[in-house]
Design a protein around this ligand. Structure first.
Ligand SMILES: [Zn+2]
Length: 446
């Protein structure tokens, strides 16, 4: 089988950075061999100067929220006032305009070194709730967008049935609803995994799926052995409403209906009791932290340290896309804890990279990505060590510390499944992602 060889100036091998590594990639898009101690590039090898890490996994995305960036930073408000603006954008999207927007957003992700996205997708139907001719037209638009942008996608097709604990959806939520979890499951069952694509499930929240229908979604995910994500305790108001409706916390409610488990990820997990944390940990349910969104929306700081100690693997997501920068998400998790505890060093750079890659991929059903090792998918990202942000002797001695200083702008090269997606900081198949973003967002406003 033909091989492509890459020579990596510095490579992250899971526990340490290794200088001079040759990576052989086979024609099936997987890593065939990792050779260390290769001081100079072998003849014919593609040379990647800088620090090469496994591709980054953005475990929580709502692509259309990117259209809000810049428009929601004036004036005051809360998560709930922000949500009204977000609903306004949601009303205008069609399968074509969503494809154009998502293609540009996913290209922005590729430029940030992201090789897999978990798209938490609930914008299913035409305005008013009428299904499209293909009831999965919006989901297919997202899949096509990811393919054009060159990244993997896990479409976390989301059940969203209620405006709150059984109440009928409001006008702008009609697009989200399939009516019942049974009809949600029927629609989603028509979606198939394919090259670069995984289909997973999501429960929007305990607000949006009535308690007696939670197990239908959980069972669908169990039968498909698919990832299952759920927004969990992002807001104290959700906890209070859940208590009023059911007398328990959202975490307890999910546990009682079979939602928690090792293939499940709670997104945010911000406002949790000690018992909630113990439940999430003891069931090996994952936690997806979205620190830039959580701070943007004034949500609060989630108990990531306690959750991880209890047994919950951590992943990271850019969620509302206030910024798209997984390196920033990773360090923000650590820096938030420093602010809260007045103590430094909760996670090492290695642990942050693990959340940003291996554990993020696992949360999205890509267990064979997130490591530079033989047999793994050949998904990797090279970060410059000679930019104004990363230059200096220390980064070359301990390149993993780049996670504390590098930004998305330092990503130089991205390979997904052995295919180059970003070369010298430019997207290969989307010529001008900034122009594409401008055009796609302007089209929604006209
Ligand atoms: Zn979200």
């Amino acid at each position: 089988m033909p091989l492509t060889t890459y020579w990596l100036e510095h490579a992250w091998l899971g526990t340490h950075a290794e200088p001079g590594v040759a990576l052989d990639v086979s024609a099936d898009g997987r890593i065939a061999a990792v050779r260390t101690g290769v001081d100079t590039p072998p003849p014919g090898a593609a040379v990647l100067r800088g620090f090469t890490i496994p591709g980054l996994a953005n475990a929580h995305s709502h692509a259309f929220h990117r259209a809000l960036r810049g428009t929601v930073q004036v004036g005051s408000g809360t998560f709930w006032t922000w949500r009204e603006v977000m609903y306004g954008v949601a009303q205008r999207l069609t399968p074509d305009s969503y494809f154009a927007l998502a293609r540009a957003v996913y290209a922005e992700m590729a430029l940030a070194g992201i090789t897999a996205v978990g798209e938490f997708h609930y914008l299913h139907h035409a305005p008013g709730g009428t299904p499209y001719d293909d009831p999965n037209a919006m989901g297919e638009a997202l899949i096509a967008a990811a393919r054009e942008a060159g990244i993997r996608i896990t479409l976390l097709d989301t059940a969203y049935l209620s405006s709150g604990f059984g109440a009928a959806p409001e006008q702008h939520q009609l697009r989200f609803s399939d009516g019942t979890a049974e009809t949600w499951a029927e629609r989603v069952s028509a979606l198939e995994d394919r090259e670069g694509v995984r289909v997973g499930a999501a429960i929007h929240s305990v607000r949006a799926v009535p308690a007696d229908q939670l197990s239908t979604v959980a069972r669908w995910a169990e039968e498909r052995r698919a990832p299952l994500h759920v927004h969990l305790s992002e807001q104290t108001a959700e906890n209070e409403a859940c208590h009023a409706a059911h007398g328990v916390t959202p975490t307890r409610l999910l546990a009682d209906h079979g939602v928690l488990g090792p293939r499940t990820t709670g997104v945010h997990n911000t406002h949790m009791t000690d018992a909630d944390i113990a439940l999430v940990g003891s069931t090996s349910t994952g936690t997806c932290m979205c620190p830039t969104t959580e701070r943007d929306l004034a949500d609060g700081i989630g108990p990531a340290v306690a959750l991880q100690k209890a047994g919950s693997p951590l992943s990271l997501g850019s969620d509302s896309h206030a910024v798209i920068d997984l390196l920033e998400e990773a360090r923000a998790m650590e820096l938030n804890e420093r602010l809260r505890t007045h103590i430094r060093g909760h996670w090492t750079a290695a642990a942050l990279l693990r959340a940003a890659s291996a554990d993020g991929h696992a949360a999205l059903g890509w267990e064979d990505a997130g490591a530079l090792e033989p047999g793994a998918l050949a998904d990797f990202t090279t970060i410059a060590l000679d930019s104004v942000r990363t230059a200096g002797p220390v980064p070359r001695l301990a390149p993993e510390t780049a996670v504390f200083a590098a930004t998305a702008a330092d990503v130089r090269h991205v390979v997904v499944g052995g295919r180059t997606v970003v070369e010298d900081g430019a997207h290969v198949s989307v010529p001008d992602p900034a122009a594409a973003l401008t055009a796609a967002i302007a089209a929604l406003r006209s």
